[in-house]
Design a protein around this ligand. Structure first.
Ligand code: DOR
Ligand code: ZN
Length: 346
């Protein structure tokens, strides 16, 4: 039985770092284990221009505690007013690694997102030309569509037509939650990939709702039925290069989660690697953990794998704080609901 494992230092290809006091509180949780992360731009106001991305990157680097190394991979928030030349210049400078599509109203701070995709056609065409990936929050926002169906409907009615309109556009379906999504990405060719979160490998919708409502398990896209979780596990652990880790670790202070209308987001930065080792061991796939966390995403983003390594060691139960204190308030750490025995030596 494997008791220790050394892998390339991992990257997180979908992360929310926020800003100000929250940024300062959560950044070390990621930088402790991860070398790089694709940083989401849904701040208030959003990170729309190259200049804003550069200023945000500088705030992230300034918040990094001395002695920690971490490279933020910046993204731009796509709006109907986004300038293709600004995107191309920010990409050419190596500053911006992707553009994020939020359908307006789909999730936290998405109201400035896109209502009519035809209005961003020129930006998408330029991105296809230069090979810059589009990260997609893949849920329709149509009020009539059931929240548990919003990803599957998005694939057919939005993503597939968009990809046909913009041949060559490189797309990452973020935080995949359905068997339909897994099948679509598997058959999608080399320009399509998907991130999978840690929490969607653990949760199905019963975890959110049975025996009382669990606000810290509420995120978007919401966790689905068990067969979807199993499809995600198969994709993540199946040695398929176009599935890779994007935690979507999304900190909100507890008082905004534990309330009548709680925010969406699970905070998994602290214990993601320990939980993933547990999941991969359960699936008899520990030898595939490195691909999922440290190789596949870098290859899709055309980045070299990280030179450093981390070591995972199996021992007694791992302890982590129930919540981390930040200047913006306490943030509850994701509870996988079982003991986890994989310790990370970074
Ligand atoms: O659960 C989520 N939280 N899903 C998202 O898409 C956004 C994120 C956030 O920013 O809080
Ligand atoms: Zn997200």
């Amino acid at each position: 039985m494997t008791q220790s494992l050394t892998i390339r230092r991992p990257d997180d290809f979908h992360l929310h770092l926020r800003d100000g006091a929250m940024l300062a509180g959560v950044l070390p949780e990621t930088a402790r284990h991860f070398a790089r992360a694709i940083v989401m731009p849904n701040l208030v106001p959003p990170v729309v221009t190259g200049d804003q991305a550069e200023a945000y990157r500088d705030r992230i680097l300034a918040a990094l505690p001395p002695g920690m190394a971490f490279e933020p991979l910046m993204t731009l928030y796509l709006t109907e007013a986004t300038d293709p030349d600004d995107v191309a210049a920010a990409a050419a400078a190596g500053l911006v690694r992707a553009v994020k599509l939020y359908p307006a109203g789909a999730t936290t701070n998405s109201h400035a997102g896109v209502r009519d995709l035809t209005r961003v056609q020129a930006v998408l065409e330029r991105m296809a030309e230069i090979g810059l990936p589009l990260c997609v929050h893949g849920e329709v926002t149509t009020p009539e569509v059931d929240i548990f169906d919003r990803e599957a409907v998005f694939l057919d009615t939005v993503l597939d037509p968009m990809r046909r309109r913009v041949p060559g556009l490189r797309v990452v379906m973020e935080h995949l939650t359905t068997a339909e999504g897994v099948a679509y990405v598997r058959d999608g060719g080399p320009d399509l990939a998907a991130t999978i979160t840690t929490h969607h490998l653990i949760l199905n919708r019963n975890h959110i709702l049975v025996g009382g409502i669990r606000p810290h398990y509420y995120c978007l896209p919401v966790a689905k039925r068990e067969h979807h979780r199993l499809a995600l596990r198969a994709a993540a652990t199946g040695d398929e290069p176009r599935f890779f880790l994007g935690t979507d670790s999304a900190p909100h202070p507890d008082h905004l989660k534990e309330t009548a209308c709680g925010c969406a987001g699970c905070f998994t930065a602290t214990n993601t690697m320990a939980i993933l080792a547990h999941v991969f061991e359960e699936e008899s796939a520990l030898d595939r953990l490195e691909g999922f966390t440290s190789l596949n995403g870098a290859a899709f983003y055309r980045l070299p794998p990280n030179p450093g390594t981390i070591r995972l060691v199996k021992a007694g139960p791992v302890r982590w704080p129930a919540r981390i204190e930040t200047g913006a308030g306490p943030v509850t750490v994701f509870d996988p609901g079982c003991a986890v025995h994989w310790h990370v030596e970074a």
